[in-house]
Design a binder for this molecule. Sequence first.
Ligand SMILES: *[C@@H]1O[C@H](CO)[C@@H](O)[C@H](O)[C@H]1NC(C)=O
Ligand SMILES: *[C@@H]1O[C@H](CO)[C@@H](O)[C@H](O)[C@H]1NC(C)=O
Ligand SMILES: *[C@@H]1O[C@H](CO)[C@@H](O)[C@H](O)[C@H]1NC(C)=O
Ligand SMILES: *[C@@H]1O[C@H](CO)[C@@H](O)[C@H](O)[C@H]1NC(C)=O
Ligand SMILES: *[C@@H]1O[C@H](CO)[C@@H](O)[C@H](O)[C@H]1NC(C)=O
Ligand SMILES: *[C@@H]1O[C@H](CO)[C@@H](O)[C@H](O)[C@H]1NC(C)=O
Ligand SMILES: *[C@@H]1O[C@H](CO)[C@@H](O)[C@H](O)[C@H]1NC(C)=O
Ligand SMILES: *[C@@H]1O[C@H](CO)[C@@H](O)[C@H](O)[C@H]1NC(C)=O
Ligand SMILES: *[C@@H]1O[C@H](CO)[C@@H](O)[C@H](O)[C@H]1NC(C)=O
Length: 798
Amino acid sequence: MASSPIMMISVLSLFFIFTANARVFPRRSLLDDPPAVNNFTFVCDPSRYDKLGLDFSSFGFCDSSLSFPERAKDLIDRMTLSEKAAQLGHVASGVDRLGLPPYNWWSEALHGVSNVGPGTQFDKVVPGATSFPNVITTASSFNEDLWKTIGQAVSTEARAMYNLGRAGLTYWSPTINVIRDPRWGRTVETPGEDPFVVGKYAKNYVRGLQDVEGSENVTDLNSRPLKVSSCCKHYAAYDVDNWLGVERYSFDARVTEQDMLETFNKPFEMCVKEGDVSSVMCSYNRVNGIPTCADPVLLKDTIRGNWGLHGYIVSDCDSVKVMVEDAHYLQDTNEDAVAQTLKAGLDLDCGQIYPNYTESTVRQGKVGMRNIDNALNNLYVVLMRLGYFDGNTGFESLGKPDICSDEHIELATEAARQGTVLLKNDNDTLPFDPSNYKTLAVVGPHANATSAMLGNYAGVPCRMNSPMDGLSEYAKVKYQMGCDSVACKNDTFIFGAMEAARTSDATVIFVGIDLSIEAESLDRVDLLLPGYQTQLVQQVATVSKGPVVLVILSAGGIDVSFAKNNSNIKAIIWAGYPGEEGGRAIADVIFGKFNPGGRLPLTWYENDYVYQLPMTSMPLRPVKSLGYPGRTYKFYDGPVVYPFGHGLSYTFFLHNLTSAKRSIAIDLSNRTQCRDIAYTNGTFKPECPAVLVDDLTCTEEIEFQMEVENTGERDGSQVLLVYSVPPGGISSTHIKQVVGFQRVFLKAGDSETVTFKLNACKSLGLVDFTGYNLLPAGGHTIVVGDGEVSFPVELSFN
Ligand SMILES: *[C@@H]1O[C@H](CO)[C@@H](O)[C@H](O)[C@H]1NC(C)=O
Ligand SMILES: *[C@@H]1O[C@H](CO)[C@@H](O)[C@H](O)[C@H]1NC(C)=O
Ligand SMILES: *[C@@H]1O[C@H](CO)[C@@H](O)[C@H](O)[C@H]1NC(C)=O
Ligand SMILES: *[C@@H]1O[C@H](CO)[C@@H](O)[C@H](O)[C@H]1NC(C)=O
Ligand SMILES: *[C@@H]1O[C@H](CO)[C@@H](O)[C@H](O)[C@H]1NC(C)=O
Ligand SMILES: *[C@@H]1O[C@H](CO)[C@@H](O)[C@H](O)[C@H]1NC(C)=O
Ligand SMILES: *[C@@H]1O[C@H](CO)[C@@H](O)[C@H](O)[C@H]1NC(C)=O
Ligand SMILES: *[C@@H]1O[C@H](CO)[C@@H](O)[C@H](O)[C@H]1NC(C)=O
Ligand SMILES: *[C@@H]1O[C@H](CO)[C@@H](O)[C@H](O)[C@H]1NC(C)=O
């Protein structure tokens, strides 16, 4: 790649990110944070103390023979109240007389190290970092190993940047809110609509960022070393950004206990319990009237109590301020808000309310010192686990060669390939054989996409490979944008695109949306292509000399029924927002160097869906009284453009169930009570309909094996999505739910036996309307994919 266009793009995307942020967030003050550049290696370095003229040996918090909580206590006990207060904002001031340097807690690494957080910066020393595909794209690979490997690559670059003084150690990523509504502006950041899949993504990405090889299983979680610290956000029930003027700062999500446990909390529970994440961020919105950051049931009782968080809880940026100024919660003063949130279990304020008002809150007697010390303890133990105090992490040698390495750039390309979803491929039109397609019309507003592929929370990429760049490697390209912009408000440019299509061997049309249509603080109002994009596609498809391929760049689903129906459009590809190497990945798929295997991690609804219910209606189940349909594949069975899990391949797979456990009998102790569950009238209800999952040991597993054979002529990957279907007749439960998945790569002609072991309670359980986890008796069904394999599982209690 030539270097001059790359530099230009870098500057452009930087500009874009900062203008977007300044407009979007109520946080102008935060953009003036001191620069990120650190100039020291670790706190407890004796020579540092010598230079500072301080007596190193007198500071117990530097005594490595003590435990981290003991050292944190020593440090906290040395601080005055005003010194303590000054450490509770994301810009922690440090304490000179203790040799404690300032620290900026806010860095981001959603799909690569990003400079959206002020704790990280790019400059001459580190001009860019690998920009992986956006999460919605990486999620489409349904490949847990890939998710973890990307986390490892990102944390390696983060550590290298830290060593160079350009980044922090605490990253407020990933975003793991479930996509409840197809209009949500932050769909791009998340792994889809299924709580289990989102939870598995969270676990793997968090472990990739945090785990230090060899110490994954340290039993004292307060001493488990961290490569970097990760943060699952935004907790909880956060997924309205700005929909027709309803905005997140004052939105009150009315949520049932059932939806809370089953959908909104589930990925966070998995993130904490399976990922052992070291931080959780509470959200801007309220849940049932209470700001999430001020709710002790959500924070102290659930995250720390029930799930056992070892780490700190941070507010979304300025959300404590938002409580006072936007939500006017309980007509709070700043001191009331400090007291409520500290008592609820919030440890760190991304903002300035804690640093400015903690002292006065204590003086007014609204909060005790114990709450403040607790918060500081949670913060310092994480910094100690990161080696911030002691160094000696094993990562000291990482540096410039570890950032934007060939290996990481190849991983970014591979992730984009694996996340590409082939939606339609009539008559096996794809892949193109390069010897038959020497000239390509490459048209549409995204045909030369660059920053659009980076999505949001991006940093500065190492380089950029646009669709034009990628396809030019395979054929002679005729480029026409066909629109003036993604908004495509001017139809005069369509003619040029038609002319290119008329005179080329094949046509690839790149359409879709970008951050001007779906973004943080910007929800969509419909699911259509903007402006004249649909006309562009239809007219180009009518006149094209060769076959037409439609490539869509977007995070949310687009109603492309018109293209699905149009027999002139032979193939449709969804590339999501594929990151810096996106063009290469798309071209490799079109020309068959790579066989696509991605699947939709979200339902693609018809546009009419958005007129059937407001975005602000939170229930997942249909609301019969208001005529609202259900949400996600779990509760919606109406017409769709493409369903959750859809995705084609250039090869064929045969599946054969070779063994399965078809019955599970659980012996109940004489103290276990049977619980009733509602059945629709006229269906059989077992004598003991269900029992509480908490009353069981739940060691029973559903184990099955299947043989998967690649019977086609191309190597390829098959995603096996395993669902459980509850016994017929149970009222208002899910239609089905994902309980496991694996991505299996098979060479042409090869077969492999794949084993699934599913915990019976986790896979067959349901949450009833009172919020209890129940295991229902009766005839469950396990289904793989669209029914390639299925078998019944009879569950009984003795
Ligand atoms: C940690 O435990 C997991 C799950 O039991 C296991 O798969 C992994 O190999 C263990 N890692 C180490 C380093 O012992
Ligand atoms: C906090 O205090 C600083 C310094 O006095 C001031 O500039 C800032 O506006 C204050 N912020 C808030 C949210 O009170
Ligand atoms: C596939 O090709 C055959 C033969 O050219 C044609 O009759 C048929 O309509 C095509 N099918 C589709 C779905 O394009
Ligand atoms: C494609 O985009 C890049 C970066 O914005 C630009 O330098 C280049 O000129 C564009 N190519 C065409 C053919 O417009
Ligand atoms: C559309 O673009 C053409 C060519 O640049 C321009 O002449 C025309 O005024 C534009 N039309 C509108 C409505 O902006
Ligand atoms: C697509 O085809 C189906 C079935 O023929 C039809 O019901 C639907 O209205 C068509 N949709 C569009 C947008 O053409
Ligand atoms: C499927 O597996 C069963 C049991 O191993 C075997 O008997 C059968 O021949 C297999 N069928 C196919 C089509 O491979
Ligand atoms: C329940 O079972 C235990 C052990 O089998 C027995 O000791 C106890 O008496 C039983 N209690 C009742 C109420 O039947
Ligand atoms: C089921 O039938 C009973 C008796 O006819 C009736 O009272 C009840 O309302 C019915 N329940 C439902 C959910 O239809």
